[in-house]
Design a protein around this ligand. Structure first.
Ligand SMILES: Cc1cc2nc3c(=O)[nH]c(=O)nc-3n(C[C@H](O)[C@H](O)[C@H](O)COP(=O)(O)OP(=O)(O)OC[C@H]3O[C@@H](n4cnc5c(N)ncnc54)[C@H](O)[C@@H]3O)c2cc1C
Length: 494
């Protein structure tokens, strides 16, 4: 970092107190608190985005890193467990599949389980692909328990504003200084263009060595001050708006998110212990805000607890997540729509990556380039995975779905789709987030390979039956012993 005095502690300034700001604050104060002064500035006059309540399993590890008790976290955020996402009406109307967090079946060294399943299907001895996944079966049976050795992969549904308060408590205990004020200007060093300080509306000026921009879509530091630039991906992900509303629960929470496609986008239902988060994501070329508000209020199940909120967004990413002495996290760094609940994961990835490359002895250009290269890799793979859901569909009933089927997709995604269709093969690239998920979603969306690996034909029909039935029997036995999801929550963390 650019520390002028060798003796004083380095100063890390976080601008913004939404989920990104408080996750960063909790992590940096816990892990760097003894070495670095951490300050967070948030403005009670400018709210947070107020959504972002479905997560993926990596959050479990973030909490372990911070030594956060899962029971305390779940009780404080009224959280429920999440085993996957149920995609309804995506492949075609009245069809559903559950993208579960677990692994489907058993692979062998040469071929993934889908090859064995494809032959089973041809021979008439295999059932639905999801029948071979424990998490999917537990989700559908509405059951949950922690199993030894991460036997059941899970994430959470959380109350976003309660999560920020919960993390704030942790961060303040670890010595974080919080300032409630609005940042009026970002002051740059005239020679090198680095950020030197932030001037607040209370007259105070906050100096720092490094700044974390968590100011949401505004990107006050990374964009308004540093003009980093934005790469627009809306030609691949055409939804640009959302309406969100919270409702009272009318039934026990289920352990999965519902994601229901509609004529020009989709609707989410996120069950918490005390309420349900609802929203519609849509493309404004086909539906107006007012039409969506009426549709959403017309089909939510419980009584609304707040007025519907409209959020407009532009899908894409900041050209550099780390620019000079500023790192953007959360919405300030870019936005992929929430179809696979990946934004909080990307915040966490940014935090952990920054901790690994922490610029103790001044900012090294190679570190910055490497950081941005890894961040680009992460987001591009997730982007492809989300586009897959829209592009591979049999729906032709509305102009929106016809557009999605016909649109160009990135070459990287086209390659994956073609490879799977012709050979049934899926390869995980490097450390990309999704693995088994590719098969689950491609098959779920109706993409069926035209061939399978010949190693499968070395098995007799009897052996193949034994393999397939062995998997489902083992799953049935495990699911049979799990308690109902809500009973487990009541005992564990209500
Ligand atoms: C419709 C929708 C649904 C989503 N669903 C999911 C989901 O299910 N799962 C998931 O992982 N993610 C989801 N996300 C993304 C998720 O909401 C965000 O990644 C997450 O909330 C982080 O937001 P943030 O902290 O970056 O920004 P914000 O919540 O917007 O916070 C910005 C902060 O900056 C502060 N600020 C701004 N300007 C100033 C200023 N001038 N001075 C001082 N402070 C300032 C504000 O006060 C606020 O504290 C969703 C997003 C949208 C739009």
């Amino acid at each position: 970092m650019n520390t002028s005095s060798q003796n004083r502690k380095q100063r890390l300034v976080i601008a913004g107190g939404g989920t990104a700001g408080w996750m960063a604050a909790a992590a940096f104060s816990r892990i760097l608190g003894k070495e670095v002064d951490v300050t967070l500035i948030e403005s009670s006059d400018i709210g947070t985005v107020g959504v972002g309540e479905a997560t993926i399993p990596t959050l479990v590890f973030f909490h372990k890193l911070l030594k956060i008790s899962e029971q305390e976290f779940m009780a404080a955020t009224n959280a429920t467990f999440k085993l996957g996402i149920n995609f309804e009406n995506w492949k075609s109307l009245d069809h559903a599949y559950l993208h579960a967090f677990g692994v489907t079946g058993k692979d062998c060294w040469a071929a993934g389980f889908q090859h064995f399943w494809l032959r089973g299907l041809k021979e008439g001895i295999a059932s639905d692909f999801g029948d071979y996944c424990l998490e999917r079966q537990a989700a559908e049976a509405n059951k949950f328990a922690h199993l030894p050795n991460n036997g059941l992969n899970y994430a959470f549904h959380i109350d976003a504003s309660k999560y920020a308060s919960f993390l704030r408590e942790h961060a303040e205990k670890d010595g974080l200084k919080r300032i409630d004020a609005t940042i009026g200007s970002v002051n740059l060093n005239e020679e090198n263009g680095f950020i030197e300080s932030l001037t607040l509306d209370n007259g105070e000026t906050v100096h720092g060595d490094f700044f974390i921009d968590c100011t949401g879509f505004r990107g006050l530091l990374i964009e308004k001050a540093l003009h980093t630039g934005y790469e627009d991906w809306s030609h691949w992900l055409p939804c640009d708006s959302a309406v969100a509303v919270q409702t009272k629960s009318v039934s026990e929470p289920i352990p999965y998110t519902r994601c229901i496609a509609h004529e020009a986008g989709w609707q989410w239902r996120i069950p918490l212990q005390h309420r349900v988060g609802n929203g519609m994501v849509y493309c404004s070329n086909y539906l107006s805000d007012d039409e969506v508000i009426t549709k959403l209020l017309g089909n939510v199940e419980g009584e609304p607890l707040n007025d519907p909120r409209v959020i407009h967004f532009r899908t894409g990413r900041r050209r550099k997540q780390w620019n000079r002495n500023c790192l953007a996290l959360g919405l300030a760094s870019g936005f992929l729509e929430p179809l696979e609940s990946t934004s909080i994961h990307l915040i966490q990835q940014g935090i952990v990556r920054f901790l690994r490359m922490f610029p103790t002895a001044g900012i090294v250009e190679e570190d910055v380039n490497e950081f941005n290269r890894q961040a680009d890799f992460d987001i591009e793979h997730i982007r492809d995975f989300i586009i897959l859901h829209y592009h591979v569909t049999q729906r032709t009933d509305t102009p929106f779905w016809r557009h999605c089927r016909q649109m160009d997709v990135p070459d990287s995604l086209k390659h994956r789709i073609d490879l799977f269709q012709k050979t049934g093969r899926v390869f995980r690239e490097g450390s990309e987030l999704f693995d088994d998920s590719w098969q689950q979603v491609m098959i779920g969306q109706g993409l069926m390979p035209t061939s399978y690996h010949p190693i499968v034909d070395t098995m007799s029909l009897q052996e193949l039956k034994g393999l397939l039935n062995g998997v489902t029997q083992q799953i049935d036995r495990t699911v049979g012993k799990l308690p109902p999801h809500n009973d487990y929550i009541t005992r564990y963390c209500s």
